[in-house]
Design a protein around this ligand. Structure first.
Ligand SMILES: Cc1cc2nc3c(=O)[nH]c(=O)nc-3n(C[C@H](O)[C@H](O)[C@H](O)COP(=O)(O)O)c2cc1C
Length: 267
């Protein structure tokens, strides 16, 4: 009977051992990364919410560096608006409302026709939050979320309007990827300072607000709707014009602002 041959010991460096170690290591790492991401998600969401609230407070002129954001934000009332009717609604909650995710929802979002899509956002939620700042019980500021395409990126900001629904009190962008030194002037104090006092609406119901190329000629009637252009960043400026006109126009907060301005029923 032939002598049984002893099976050679598998080398530690064998292909199968290497594969087993690699697969086990990948599994452990993916579990670690996934659990960290899940654990940190609420913290991340909370920080994003605090940042958004800080920007709203800032555009409202209520931000105090070092102040407690939650406490300061108690001065601001958040309401949801049905954009088509321009009326307040309780159908959706403002808490954790995500405009971009909602825009893609088959029931809660709407596709924007190519002709109407001047902000180049393709779809939007049917509802949007507005932030109301009161003084002695009366509405003192109406803050609207606005967003749309610049040259390189989607630019997200807040527009603060006076209770007349047309006078700009402030404009603040907080997220974009326009070029540093060029398009990023949109969130610099110098340029932000050019907005207060400008009028969104003039004669007629379409928004007239506009970032022009070059400097505003204060002697012309249209100057009240115009803001100086951004040198070397005309395209970003055009994006700002388009997104403001979209969100204050009939597809955006136009019906809501018409109610406020007492011109509801006009287009
Ligand atoms: C590297 C680079 C970055 C640019 N970034 C921007 C920008 O963020 N926003 C913008 O409007 N134009 C930007 N431009 C310039 C545009 O391509 C375009 O030339 C400009 O908007 C024209 O504006 P002007 O008429 O004010 O010069 C950039 C150009 C280069 C080469």
């Amino acid at each position: 009977m032939p002598e049984a041959t002893e099976k050679p010991a598998r080398s530690k460096d064998s292909v199968s051992n290497t594969l087993i170690v690699a697969v086990a290591l990948s599994l452990v790492c993916s579990v670690l990364v996934a659990s960290t991401a899940i654990l940190l998600k609420p913290v991340q969401q909370r920080n994003e919410e605090l940042y958004r609230q800080q920007i709203i407070l800032d555009v409202a002129g209520l931000y105090e560096p070092g102040g407690n954001i939650d406490t300061l934000f108690e001065n601001i009332e958040t309401r949801m608006v049905d954009l088509a009717s321009g009326k307040y609604t309780d159908l959706v909650s403002a808490e954790n409302f995500d405009a971009i995710a909602t825009a893609k929802d088959p029931e809660l979002g709407v596709a924007i026709s190519v002709d109407a899509d001047i902000a180049n956002i393709r779809q939007r939620a049917r509802f949007a939050p507005v932030y109301l700042v009161r003084k002695d019980g009366e509405i003192d500021q109406i803050i609207l979320p606005v967003y749309g395409s610049g040259l390189w990126s989607t630019m997200y900001g807040f527009l603060s309007l006076a209770p007349d629904g047309s006078t700009v009190l402030g404009l603040r962008f907080y997220e974009h990827a326009e070029t540093p030194g060029l398009g990023d002037q949109i969130d610099k104090p110098d340029w932000r300072g050019k907005w207060p006092g400008k009028q969104v609406f003039g004669v007629g119901e379409q928004p007239q607000i506009e970032v022009i190329r070059g400097f505003v000629d204060e002697s012309v009637d249209s100057a009240i709707h115009q803001v100086d252009g951004l040198s070397g960043a005309t395209l970003t400026g055009r994006g700002v014009t388009n997104l403001l006109r979209y969100w204050t126009g009939p597809e955006g907060f136009g019906p809501y602002l018409a109610e406020i301005r007492g011109v509801a029923g006009n287009d």
